[in-house]
Design a protein around this ligand. Structure first.
Ligand SMILES: OC[C@H]1O[C@H](O[C@H]2O[C@H](CO)[C@@H](O)[C@H](O)[C@H]2O)[C@H](O)[C@@H](O)[C@@H]1O
Length: 651
């Protein structure tokens, strides 16, 4: 039976990832990439749908024992689980997925730490998300399984034998290794791996990567784990970034709000890039920018809001009827019907990510500059339409206020690109457009009686996405309408334990998302609230909320999409990029607003600008022929000045 969502540990190789439970069971693994069919799909069903457990042997009819200790090995994605077995001794299992271009691999190293422990490995590999059993054969002394479009090769230490399962005794100082390697069906047998070498290489990789972070504040442990998690969701071969590792972990246990997140959303991936560049990581931004340009391929009329990690466009949604779903939350879906929706916010998110990456020092790219101009030209003809919005509602299209605000962001950042000399464009026309959008939102998306912006034009509903108004610089934090909106959201969208819901769901009688059932507090929105509170000077509340959110993390620092206050557990896909993005950006915002930061506890930015200069944005003055890199502090100074001028002239 699957564990609570937050009890799973993530390991990954930036092509795919696995979830390992506290009893040493891998219940989720898609091979060879994030969105491939799962060979272990027990997470969404039962053991018959695939799993691989290594841990102390247990008596028939009893549950496998839970590890007594579990941790990541330093700043890495290498998991160590240890069991103290009464009367026997202590055993450790180290799980990792080596990085690199080689065949995807899951390596499990069993070590005896004390005494003699009877240990068991049980591997049940399946075809196509547990639809069938993967046929097993012995070849050249190795176990080979037929997976959906490849083969799995299991290598074990000689003294354990070549089978998929069995018991063995591990004594103090002994070690036994297992490695499961995926190869395309047509490929020759892979070389038996050197598990020890893989461990050293993988550890060195993650430690080096983590050390590049420029974050120097309190909450560093949480920020680092979130950064590592975001990195694990990047797809190294192309630069695409998935929204989460899983499909169909329910937002409402027992309900139908189960979606496949193993794709590269423009919105989610852009926000991941913003979080990573705010910690000084530029390589991921560069890789994503290349993915973006390749994937969109200049086809703006065919623009989708999400793609596969190598740019696939056909993400048609299907249900896997043989899987009962996590804790019977069906249907289990693969593909995502939202791929063909109209979501007008994505232009703003992409341009903002490109803009933040430039601010952080990423070298300019003329194609990316061109894309931003094309985006705005495209949006100019579309921003006035109703859409499905940031939450990808499955109800009717509406004039979502957040979508219009993000349209404003897109135009605003493009204007700054031109103002700073990075691009040529219809400056005057776009300035008028920016003002028109802002005026319309303030007229139609604001309720003066309640002093709050609303979810959509003319609606009485609220929406936590409005918390982005000050963060995006649409209005300044001290504007009374902004403060009124933050307070209204706090009043009306707070859960009993003080976290924030996206909007009211069907249980409250509105059903704007067109879906039955309710959902938990949305963790990203709760982090946004912490950010906003810091921005409007309520630092103590911001910090309190932030720390309460940190307390929801798993023992390993991981977050799903939502928190169910009634059940006191995490819900939704896991680990979810959105939640970890929210954590990183809120930590930076709270640090920036610390009245007296200790030396060395500042974030990455110079004194010229706040840590995350949303809304103070403008673009680099660069020479388009030579494309030199403008020093980041100078850029930020330029942006800061332009933002000031804009605020003074428009508000
Ligand atoms: O609420 C219905 C929608 O739920 C999913 O969308 C959510 O996940 C996306 C990926 O993280 C995110 O970009 C979006 O903001 C979220 O609302 C699902 O993907 C949709 O198909 C579904 O309509």
């Amino acid at each position: 039976m699957p564990h609570r969502i937050e009890d799973y540990a993530l390991i990954g190789n930036m092509q795919t990832g696995a979830l390992v439970g506290p009893d040493g069971t891998t219940d989720w693994l898609c091979l060879p990439r994030f969105d491939s069919p799962a060979v272990f799909a027990g997470l969404l069903g039962t053991e018959q749908h695939g799993f691989w457990r290594i841990g102390p042997a247990h008596a028939e009819g009893t549950r496998p024992p839970t590890a007594d200790r579990r941790r990541y090995r330093g700043k890495s994605l290498i998991l160590e689980s240890e069991w103290d077995v009464p009367g026997q001794g202590t055993v450790r299992v180290t799980d990792l997925m080596p990085n690199g271009d080689g065949a995807p691999q899951l390596v499990r190293i069993v070590e005896g730490l004390a005494g003699q422990v009877r240990t068991r490995s049980v591997l049940h590999a399946t075809v196509h998300y547990g639809q069938g059993i993967a046929a097993q054969r012995a070849r050249q002394g190795r176990a080979v399984f037929s997976a959906t479009d490849g083969r799995l090769w299991l290598d074990t230490s000689p003294d354990v034998g070549a089978g998929a399962g069995g018991d063995f005794t591990i004594g103090e100082g002994d070690s036994v290794t297992f490695a499961l390697t995926w190869q395309p069906g047509t490929a020759a047998a892979p070389m038996p791996p050197d598990a020890r070498d893989a461990l050293l290489r993988t550890e060195a990789y993650w430690q080096t990567w983590a050390a590049q972070s420029t974050y120097r504040g309190c909450y560093a442990e949480a920020v680092t784990r979130s950064a590592l998690t975001l990195k694990a969701l990047t797809y190294a071969p192309t630069g695409g970034i998935v929204a989460a590792l899983t499909t169909s972990l329910p937002e409402d246990i027992g309900g139908v709000r189960n979606w496949d997140y193993r794709y590269s959303w423009l919105r989610d991936s852009a926000m991941t890039v913003i979080a990573l560049v705010s910690l000084g990581y530029l390589d991921e931004a560069r890789a994503w920018r290349k993915w973006l340009l390749r994937t969109i391929a200049g086809d703006l009329d065919g623009l989708q809001i999400m793609y596969g990690v190598t740019g696939e466009r056909d993400l048609a949604e299907h249900q896997l009827d043989w899987l009962p779903g996590y804790e019977n939350s069906g249907p289990v879906r693969i593909g995502n019907g939202a791929a063909t929706q109209l979501q007008l916010d994505v232009y703003g998110e992409v341009i903002e990510a490109l803009h933040q990456a430039r601010l952080a020092g990423l070298e300019p790219d003329p194609e990316a500059t061109e894309l931003q101009l094309q985006f705005v030209a495209h949006l100019e003809k579309r921003w006035m339409y109703p859409d499905e919005g940031i939450w990808e509602v499955r109800g009717r299209r509406r004039h979502f206020v957040h979508s219009k605000i993000m349209a404003w962001v897109a135009v605003d950042r493009a204007i700054k690109l031109i103002e700073c000399g990075d691009a040529d464009g219809p400056l005057q026309r776009w300035r008028e457009l920016r003002d028109t959008i802002q005026r319309e939102v303030c007229e139609k998306g604001y309720d003066p009686e309640r002093n709050t912006f609303t979810q959509s034009y003319g609606s009485q509903e609220l929406d936590a996405s409005l918390l982005l108004i000050p963060q995006m610089g649409f209005l300044p934090p001290d504007d009374k309408r902004v403060i009124g909106t933050i307070e209204a959201i706090q009043r009306e969208l707070s859960t009993p334990d003080g976290f924030i819901q996206r909007y009211h769901t069907e249980g409250c009688g509105t059903g704007v998302d067109g879906l039955p059932g309710d959902e938990g507090a949305f963790l990203l929105c709760s982090f946004w609230m912490a950010e906003d509170l810091a921005m409007i000077g309520r630092e103590d509340e911001a910090r309190k909320l932030f720390e309460e959110l940190l307390a929801l993390r798993s023992d390993l620092g991981l977050l799903a999409e939502e928190w169910d206050a009634r059940l006191q557990r995490q819900v939704g896909n896991y680990p979810q990029a959105f939640s970890h993005i929210g954590l990183i950006l809120a930590a930076l915002r709270i640090l920036t607003h610390d009245p007296l930061p200790l030396p060395g506890q500042r974030s990455t930015e110079s004194d010229l600008a706040p840590a995350r200069p949303y809304g103070s944005a403008a673009t680099a003055r660069s020479n388009r022929t030579k494309t030199p890199l403008t020093p980041a502090p100078l850029l930020r100074a330029c942006y800061g000045f332009l933002a000031l001028v804009h605020t003074v002239t428009t508000i």
